[in-house]
Design a protein around this ligand. Structure first.
Ligand code: FE
Ligand code: CA
Length: 525
C-alpha cells in the first residue's frame, strides 16, 4: 500500500517538495503482497522466545476476529534481526488444550512492520469463546482467549464489557486490569491515551525510557515498555479489544495537523504523525482497513453486537479543525458555532450519521474520546467551557445531538475518556436549557492511572457539579467502568482502585447508574 505524497501534500496544503524530502527520510511501509521470488524465513531460530509482548485479539465480528502478536526476542532492540519476512503459524481452537483446532494458517512478520503479525480469522461460529496461539520456528506464544460477536440478526440476552482510558506508565500501576480480568466480560474497550508521549521524569513511580518520542523507534519502544506491563498484557490475552486513540498516542491536544507547540511546521508534524500511526497499527489488533496510509490512518469503524448494541468507534483527533476558539477554557461564543469547523470531519460525520440511521440495535454506542456534555467549568455569571472538548466545536455537537433527536436514534450512549475523572451526564441538544430534550446519556470513564492516586475533591469540578443540572455524578478516583447491557437496561458500574502508586489495589464499586430502554438519561442504581 503505497504512500501518496502528492495527494497528502495537496490535502493539507503544504509544500510538496518539502514533504517529499521528509518522506524520503522515512523507511516507507512496504506492500504486503510478496512476490513469488521473495524469500521467506520458514524455520527461524531466535536468541530467546520472541513472544515477549504476548498476544492480543480485537475487532470481533460474528464469524471472525483479528489475532495479533509481534516477534520481539530482545525488547527495545529494534534492529533488523531477520531481513527476510518470518513465517508465523497460527491456530484457533475451541478448547484451551487445542484438541479441537478449527482454523490454522500462516502469516508473515516483516521487518518493515517491526515483525508484527495481524491475522483476520474468518469462518468461526458466532458468540463463542475461542483459544489461539502462534508458533515461529520452535517457539510458541502464550495461549490467548477471544470471543466472536452474536449473529447480526440475533438478540442476545446480555453483553458485558469494560471500558477504560488514560494509562500513564510513570504515574503508577495499572491496578484496574487485574480486577477487570476477574470479570465475566465479552469485550474490552480502550478509549485512548494508551501511551503518553512524554520524556522520562525522575522520582515518579515508574519511568519512561528516553526523551519525548518522535521517531518510529521511539514510538515502538514506548509501546514495548507499556506492553511489557503484565497486567496490561494479560488483559489483552484474555479478551478481544476495541481500541481507539486519543491525543497522547501522538502529541498532547493535537488537532488535525496542528501541533500544540508553536514553531512546529506541518511537514515535521505530519512526519511525526506517520511514525505515531505506524507504531499504533503495529501494536494493536486492527484490521487491514485501518492500515496506515502515510500520515493518515482510518481508525473509525463499527462493531455490531447482534441487535443489542452497535458500537461506533470514533476518532475525534485526526479530522478535527484546529480548536476554533483556541485551547483552554472560554465562553460558548463566536467561532464555536462556525459551520466550517468540525470535530469528526465531514466524511466520518456522514459515515456516523448514516450508520446510526441504518442501525437496528437497541443501544447505539459512541466509543469516543472527549466529553460531549457542555460542562460549565466557570461560574453562573461567567460560563467557561473546555475548548478541546465537544463544546469547543459546539456547531458539531449540536448538529449530532439534534440529528439523534430528530431522527429518533434509539438509546444513544456516549462513552468518553480523556479527562481522568468520572462523570455521568444526560445529553441535551442545548445543555444549558432545562427545556432542551434529553437525547442520550454520557458515561465518562476515569483514567486507569493517569494523574496518580486521585480520590481528592477538586474545587472547580465540585462547583461544576452544582451548576450543571445534567450532571448526575462525578468522581476523581482511578479505575475503569464495567457495563452490563440487556434489551431492557444499560448498567454502568464505576469500579475504582483507591491506590495506583503501589502495585495492587482492592477494587470498589463507587456507584452504578442505569439507563432504561426508551428513556434517555441516567438514574442511580
Ligand atoms: Fe489522558
Ligand atoms: Ca487525552
Amino acid at each position: 500500500m503505497p504512500i501518496h505524497p502528492a495527494s497528502t501534500s495537496r490535502r493539507y496544503g503544504i509544500d510538496r517538495r518539502e514533504f517529499l524530502r521528509y518522506l524520503a527520510t522515512v523507511s516507507a511501509i512496504p506492500t504486503l503482497a510478496l512476490r513469488a521470488e521473495d524469500k521467506v524465513s520458514r524455520n527461524p531460530t531466535f536468541k530467546s522466545n520472541p513472544f515477549t509482548l504476548g498476544v492480543a485479539s480485537g475487532d470481533p465480528v460474528s464469524d471472525g476476529v483479528v489475532l495479533w502478536t509481534r516477534l520481539v526476542p530482545e525488547p527495545f532492540n529494534n534492529e533488523v534481526f531477520s531481513p527476510t519476512p518470518i513465517e508465523t503459524r497460527w491456530e484457533v481452537a475451541e478448547d484451551e488444550g487445542f484438541q479441537s483446532v478449527v482454523q490454522s494458517g500462516t502469516a508473515l512478520a516483516t521487518p518493515q512492520l517491526g515483525y508484527s503479525v495481524h491475522v483476520e480469522v474468518e469462518g468461526l461460529k458466532p458468540h463463542r469463546w475461542y483459544f489461539y496461539r502462534f508458533h515461529a520456528g520452535k517457539e510458541s506464544s502464550p495461549v490467548g482467549r477471544t470471543r466472536t460477536t452474536p449473529e447480526p440478526e440475533s438478540m442476545p440476552e446480555r453483553l458485558r464489557f469494560a471500558f477504560t482510558s488514560c494509562q500513564h506508565y510513570e504515574t503508577g500501576y495499572f491496578n484496574g486490569y487485574p480486577h477487570m480480568q476477574q470479570e465475566d466480560l465479552d469485550l474490552v474497550v480502550h478509549l485512548g491515551d494508551y501511551i503518553y508521549e512524554y520524556a522520562g521524569i525522575d522520582n515518579r513511580v515508574r519511568k519512561h525510557h528516553g526523551g519525548e518520542i518522535v521517531d518510529l523507534n521511539d514510538y515502538r519502544n514506548r509501546y514495548t515498555q507499556y506492553r511489557l506491563d503484565q497486567d496490561l498484557q494479560e488483559t489483552h490475552r484474555l479478551f478481544p479489544w476495541l481500541v481507539t486513540w486519543d491525543d497522547h498516542e501522538f502529541d498532547n491536544n493535537c488537532a488535525g495537523i496542528v501541533s500544540e507547540e508553536d514553531g512546529v511546521s506541518p511537514e515535521e508534524f505530519l512526519l511525526r504523525r506517520l511514525n505515531a500511526y505506524q507504531a499504533y497499527y503495529e501494536f494493536m489488533p486492527l484490521r487491514r482497513s485501518s492500515f496506515p496510509q502515510g500520515p493518515d490512518m482510518k481508525l473509525y469503524r463499527s462493531c455490531t453486537y447482534g441487535r443489542l448494541a452497535n458500537f461506533q468507534i470514533l476518532d475525534t483527533r485526526q479530522y478535527r479543525t484546529d480548536q476554533p476558539n483556541g485551547d483552554h477554557q472560554k465562553p460558548l461564543v463566536g467561532k464555536v458555532f462556525d459551520p466550517q469547523t468540525t470535530m469528526l470531519g465531514r466524511e466520518q460525520e456522514n459515515w456516523l450519521m448514516s450508520n446510526l440511521l441504518q442501525s437496528t440495535s437497541t443501544w447505539n454506542v459512541l466509543a469516543q474520546q472527549v466529553m460531549m456534555a457542555p460542562l460549565n467549568r466557570g461560574t453562573p455569571e461567567e460560563a467557561l467551557y473546555s475548548m478541546d472538548q465537544w463544546p469547543g466545536y459546539e456547531y458539531s455537537r449540536r448538529k449530532l445531538l439534534n440529528f439523534m433527536h430528530t431522527r429518533n436514534i434509539p438509546n444513544p450512549i456516549v462513552l468518553t475518556g480523556d479527562i481522568h475523572t468520572n462523570w455521568v451526564n444526560d445529553l441535551q441538544v442545548e445543555g444549558q436549557s432545562s427545556k432542551s430534550p434529553v437525547v442520550g446519556t454520557e458515561f465518562v470513564g476515569t483514567s486507569m492511572n493517569s494523574g496518580g492516586n486521585g480520590g481528592n475533591k477538586i474545587a472547580e469540578f465540585e462547583r461544576a457539579v452544582g451548576q450543571n443540572d445534567f450532571v448526575h455524578w462525578h468522581n476523581t478516583n482511578r479505575g475503569y467502568v464495567s457495563c452490563e447491557v440487556t434489551p431492557e437496561t444499560w448498567t454502568s458500574n464505576f469500579r475504582i482502585t483507591p491506590v495506583v502508586n503501589t502495585h495492587g489495589s482492592p477494587v470498589e464499586t463507587a456507584a452504578s447508574f442505569v439507563v432504561e430502554q426508551g428513556q434517555p438519561g441516567a438514574k442511580k442504581a
